[in-house]
Ligand binder design. Structure first.
Ligand code: FES
Length: 125
């Protein structure tokens, strides 16, 4: 099975998932801090990630995803919405965007408060 690796200042986790699993489903299964304000229905951009490896093996980007990504922050050539990106046969390395981290921490205030108390959030630039 392909492996998906998630990285951020708070994550470095790897999970094996069956082909056809979305990157968001993979993140939820391994506890990666990928936000998902709309619940994975392509109605926000909080699950925005940068795909560092394996981009071409993911499911093809559809028009609705491209339209949503137009509203995201810091969009790059390797940007995808994790809820719309299905894993193919190849391993994938993902970097979680700050936009997505912010959304995740908004959804998980206990963790956010702990990171704030430890001086780890907001991120220093
Ligand atoms: S979770 Fe909202 S677009 Fe992916």
């Amino acid at each position: 099975m392909p492996r998906v690796r998630f990285r951020s200042p708070f994550d470095d986790v790897v999970i094996e998932v069956p082909e056809g699993t979305s990157l968001l489903e993979a993140a939820e299964q391994c506890g990666a801090t990928v936000g998902h304000a709309c619940g994975g229905v392509c109605a926000c951009s909080t699950c925005h990630v940068w795909v560092k490896r394996g981009l071409e093996s993911l499911s093809e980007q559809q028009d609705n995803e491209a339209d949503r990504l137009d509203q995201a922050f810091d969009v790059r050539a390797n940007s995808r919405l994790s809820c719309q990106s299905l894993v193919g046969a190849e391993d994938v390395d993902v970097e979680i965007t700050q936009e997505s981290l912010q959304a995740f921490l908004d959804e998980n205030p206990v963790l956010r408060h702990r990171l704030e108390a430890e001086g780890k959030w907001p991120l220093k630039r």
